[in-house]
Ligand binder design. Structure first.
Ligand SMILES: C[S@@+](CC[C@H](N)C(=O)[O-])C[C@H]1O[C@@H](n2cnc3c(N)ncnc32)[C@H](O)[C@@H]1O
Length: 219
């Protein structure tokens, strides 16, 4: 038996509880990034995020929760904002850092669990969730929403771009409008300011999949 067996080094989840998505697939998120681009990894920022950035939607310190290989974070950082992208997938973070280096963009990428954002010891004026919320089941959402609240400044803004149930051709994990409103309610410190239909581009949809684009204010 190797000396390392049974230690954290053998744990593909790094000591954290696997998420519902990981339990369903039987694989850590990191595995999605090891053999070429993941289905959501389109090699450019999501058009909805580009539009938002052009409209001045990002301000202050920005957190990209579940940043993947960093295209959205890199786009926002290239505008001159201070951006931290966090993810549990080390392979994705390595790719993101490499892109930042090649493009000469100043941005930070760190390994962190979005259920423990308080451990970052920082607050953010703008937080982005692009494609992460919809991967969590109902139980996980409660902890995730509280974790987001712990690092979002009062009056700050959270943007969520997630798959919607407004078909046809819905993506995996379609979310109902009411689910977003239930997760981010005033009792939990949030106010949904806008909830609009949008699209999420993937590598497998010609014109993207139906999405919700939510603007959520931290009370
Ligand atoms: C569907 S991907 C979206 C990635 C990126 N935002 C994009 O638009 O390309 C979801 C990302 O969230 C990350 N993730 C999942 N659970 C996480 C957790 N508990 N903490 C941090 N990141 C997580 C995954 O590793 C993955 O990179």
């Amino acid at each position: 038996m190797s000396e390392r067996s049974g230690t954290l080094a053998d744990d593909p989840f790094g000591g954290r509880r696997p998420t519902s998505h990981e339990r369903m697939t039987g694989l850590p998120w990191d595995a999605s990034y090891r053999d070429g681009p993941a289905p959501w990894d389109i090699g450019r920022p999501q058009p909805a995020i580009v539009r938002l950035a052009s409209a001045g939607g990002f301000a202050g310190a920005v957190l990209d929760a579940g940043c993947g290989t960093g295209e959205n974070a890199l786009h926002v950082a290239a505008l001159g904002l201070s951006v931290l992208g966090v993810d549990v997938a080390e392979t994705a973070l390595a790719i993101a850092r490499e892109k930042a280096g090649h493009r000469g963009i100043e941005v930070a990428f760190a390994a962190a669990d979005v259920f423990q954002l308080g451990r970052l010891g920082r607050m953010f004026e703008t937080v982005l969730d692009c494609g992460l919320f919809h991967t969590f089941d109902g139980d996980e959402r409660t902890g995730y929403v509280a974790s987001l609240a712990s690092v979002t400044e009062h009056g700050g803004t959270l943007y969520v771009l997630c798959f919607s149930d407004a078909g046809p051709d819905t993506g995996p994990h379609p979310i109902r409008r009411e689910e977003l409103r239930a997760a981010f309610n005033p009792g939990k410190g949030w106010n949904v300011a806008a909830l609009e239909p949008d699209r999420i581009q993937t590598r497998f949809h010609d014109d993207g999949a139906p999405a919700w684009f939510a603007t959520i204010k931290r009370i």
